[in-house]
Design a protein around this ligand. Structure first.
Ligand SMILES: Cc1ncc(COP(=O)(O)O)c(C=O)c1O
Length: 403
């Protein structure tokens, strides 16, 4: 009898001893499989689109792998690590964060459904909700930051899905995942949380009651600004409806999957340093006279500080600052940076700065931008793993030079 291919694939991972507790140990050893050919310590890259059938007759097509759009051994390693890290039943990898988010949203909704989401979402996700879903007869209601503070007033019977991003991009507002989960449970809506900024090392949405967690693995999980990937983690019954392979085709390539698994081994070390760099840089920039506002998880209000303290074990390496001199000051500041590079994206080992007004939120009107706290002087900073003193020196020298 042919074995069930998905059971066979799962059985290839060597189980961890039951006394293993630490997330770093899990991320290094949690997806180990013997390489029976050469004994390679890292798992090989199966850079193939197709796999030979065990025998040339139609009953033998039930081998473990057929075609890489459906499954590929290299892609299964990082998926297994992320499943364990997020604490879900099933994890699926996609070609990008947007691939993961769009497959999730399109799979869980049908014509006539309603979605409730933050106004304050990553621009790509906001565009998907505003432009694409209405074409399929899905109603989308977006909530201001103030409205999103009381989800029970806005998630109502008929709401099928709620989409939350916390901390938000780029102003680092923090929302109460457990409170949103309760409001969704009352009306039977699915709560989907984008955990890209925090990662499961700083915040565990599934443990707080979310149904599904989505993430751009291009950012902290990949961590080296050299791959694009996305992940969805959740219960088997829901994930069976979010099948990336047959319908959406946004499969992760084996080479990117290999890079992702390489990166996950150091995720905990990188995130710990990025948390530390966040604390140190925020402390220094708060005091600088050129800075009128520092956005950092918990800085939005005392209520948000309480939420962040409860639901985040670390605040991450993302922040945004507003400069008193507006757009002109932003220009001078960016020109003064020597280590921090000016580029979009985030979560890599190298620090990056970007101007949301000109990048992720450029398509919004001035009014809509200002309503989201994105003023002309706002600069978003993704801190890498450089030494904190060097980062503080680079950023404060550039601020001193604004003139
Ligand atoms: C919070 C958040 N979610 C999702 C995405 C989309 O991810 P990707 O660029 O991998 O498609 C991004 C990208 O910047 C993001 O910042």
């Amino acid at each position: 009898m042919t074995p069930d291919p998905s059971e066979w694939r799962k059985s290839q991972f060597r189980p961890l001893p039951e006394w293993v507790e630490g997330p770093t140990t899990r991320l290094v050893h949690g997806a180990r499989r013997p390489d029976r050919n050469a004994g390679s310590v890292t798992y090989p890259i199966y850079q193939t689109s197709t796999f030979r059938f065990p025998a040339a007759h139609s009953e033998a097509v039930d081998g473990p792998y057929h075609y890489s759009r459906n499954s590929n051994p290299t892609v299964e390693g990082p998926a297994e690590l992320l499943r364990q890290l997020e604490g879900g039943e099933v994890a699926r990898l996609f070609a990008s964060g947007m691939g993961a988010i769009s497959a999730t949203v399109l799979s869980l909704l049908r014509t006539g459904d309603e979605v409730v989401a933050l106004q304050d979402l990553y621009g790509g996700t906001g565009g998907l909700l505003a432009d694409l879903l209405p074409r399929y007869g899905v109603r989308v209601r977006t909530l201001s930051d103030g409205e999103a503070r009381s989800p029970e007033a806005h998630v109502r019977p008929g709401t099928r899905l709620a989409l939350l991003e916390t901390p938000t991009n780029p102003t680092l507002r923090v929302h109460d995942i457990a409170r949103w989960a309760t409001a969704c449970d009352v009306v039977g809506a699915h709560l989907v949380v984008d955990n890209t900024f925090a990662t499961a090392l700083n915040q565990r949405p599934l443990a707080l009651g979310a149904d599904v967690v989505v993430q751009s693995a291009t950012k902290y999980l990949g961590g080296h600004s050299d791959l694009t990937a996305g992940v969805v983690v959740g219960p088997a019954a829901l994930l069976a409806r979010i099948d990336p392979f047959d319908r959406f085709g946004a499969t992760l390539d084996p080479f990117a999957a290999f890079l992702l698994q390489r990166s996950l081994g150091t995720l905990a070390l990188r995130v710990a340093r990025q948390n530390e760099n966040g604390r140190r840089v925020v402390e220094a920039l708060h005091r600088h006279p050129a800075v009128t506002r520092v956005c950092y998880p918990g800085s939005g209000s005392p209520e948000e500080e309480g939420i962040a303290a409860r639901q985040m074990s670390g605040r991450g390496g993302m922040l945004a600052i507003s400069l008193a001199g507006g757009a002109r000051a932003v220009d001078a500041f960016l020109h003064g940076l020597r280590l921090v590079q000016v580029a979009a994206s985030l979560g890599g080992v190298e620090s990056l700065a970007s101007v949301p007004r000109l990048t992720s939120h450029r398509l919004l009107s001035d009014e809509a931008r200002h309503a989201r706290g994105i003023d002309d002087g706002l600069v978003r900073i993704s801190l890498g793993i450089e030494d904190p003193d060097d980062l503080v020196r680079d950023l404060t020298r550039a601020l001193d030079g604004i003139g």
